[in-house]
Design a protein around this ligand. Structure first.
Ligand SMILES: [Zn+2]
Length: 383
């Protein structure tokens, strides 16, 4: 039966193209076209695409260093007189073909090497804001990795001041609200993380929380239990990458030892039913990143992405772009790709976008404003 409907749909689609060409000449044809929409897959997709584009979205899992586009990387390298290993933008882009998290990280750290001055961090951050503004991302909570920069002699203040100034300008120009989350590199030791926390204290008012990123396997959350405790005592919120490549035990540790407000990624929670129940009970959101998962081979097909299965189990899922310059797409593209692969409805999309705002660290009044807009747009979509 489904096949027959599809065939009919395809036939009418073809007819629809002819009708479309003649639309201005014939009211009858035009009416006919309206009746096609239910069966016309392309038009449905376009409508859903517009919906995804229009609804307000928040981004909760984004590494600012991972927004470094090759063109900007070459510009900044050239003005700082740094030679990149790659001869051209094209050659660099070809290197963006990763087999795992570590291969990506090696390239990521090399790119970050060209960031020297406050203005470099400003330009990097502002370029990201210009992009997301066009995609109706209304709020962003960005990660930055101070150790990637302080370990090569850059001052903590150079990094944070450049990022913060760009975020302030972005809010003024585009109305995008923001928070900053500082991540510890988990492949380094806890003493190094303590030093970084110390450097962050003068900028406490600028940084809402601390996180944990970089090479996951072999670097469990328990390795950072003490520094997270100190961070919480200093008033920082906590989040952590867990269960991307690491096992579901890492997610338990992030919850129990690091007392996180959100789990970044969390794909592997599905290995443990009790853990899924716990995430639901505690209302702990997962900040999932579909194109990143595909690019780093956490999954080999977007159709196998666990986002929908988790939504169906009442887990709070949000969609994010992680390191968009490296993984082939910013926030909107992650929504598009996932919607297509998992056949998501507008209602599913609105849940994902609402989650991103509701579980952001944005103030309640602003959250409500955005959530109202999403529900209005969903009503319009369904009419
Ligand atoms: Zn990440």
């Amino acid at each position: 039966m489904k096949n027959a409907i599809n065939k009919l749909g395809n036939f009418i689609n073809e007819l629809g193209k002819i009708v479309f060409l003649n639309r201005e000449n014939s009211l009858i044809f035009s009416q006919f076209e309206v009746n096609l929409t239910g069966l016309n897959e392309n038009k449905m997709n376009k409508k859903l695409e517009n919906f995804i584009n229009e609804i307000p979205k928040a981004e909760l899992h984004l590494h600012i260093e991972g927004t470094f586009e090759p063109e900007l990387m070459f510009d900044i390298a050239s003005r700082n007189h740094i030679e990149l290993k790659y001869k051209s933008v094209g050659e660099l882009k070809q290197a963006y073909n990763f087999n795992n998290l570590q291969e990506f990280l090696d390239l990521y750290y090399e790119g970050a090497n060209v960031l020297i001055h406050e203005q470099d961090f400003y330009d990097l951050t502002f370029a990201y804001l210009e992009k997301i503004h066009k995609q109706n991302v209304v709020h962003t909570e960005i990660f930055f990795d101070p150790q990637t920069h302080t370990d090569r002699g850059r001052a903590f203040e150079t990094v944070i001041k450049g990022i913060k100034r760009a975020l302030e300008d972005g809010e003024k120009q585009f109305g995008i609200t923001y928070e900053i989350i500082m991540c510890f590199l988990r492949h380094l030791n806890e003493d190094e993380a303590f030093k970084t926390l110390e450097q962050a204290l003068p900028y406490k008012d600028w940084i809402i929380g601390v996180g944990l990123d970089s090479s996951e396997v072999g670097n469990p959350p328990s390795k950072f239990e003490k520094v997270f405790e100190k961070a919480r005592n200093e008033g920082f919120l906590t989040v952590a990458h867990a269960g991307e490549e690491g096992s579901s035990d890492y997610i338990w540790e992030a919850l129990n030892l690091l007392k996180v407000s959100r789990i970044d990624h969390g794909n592997r929670c599905l290995d443990d039913e009790k853990l899924v129940d716990k995430l639901v009970d505690l209302k702990i959101p997962l900040t999932m990143c579909p194109l990143s998962n595909l690019s780093l081979k956490v999954i080999n097909d977007l159709k196998k992405h666990p986002a929908k299965e988790l939504l169906d189990k009442n887990v709070i899922v949000t969609i994010n772009s992680d390191d968009p310059a490296y993984f082939g797409g910013y926030l909107r593209k992650n929504y598009f790709a996932l919607a297509e692969a998992l056949d998501l409805s507008a209602a599913d999309i609105s849940v994902l976008a609402s989650n991103s705002l509701e579980y952001s660290f944005l103030d309640s009044a602003k959250k409500l404003q955005h959530l109202d807009k999403i529900s209005d747009l969903l009503k319009k979509f369904n009419n």
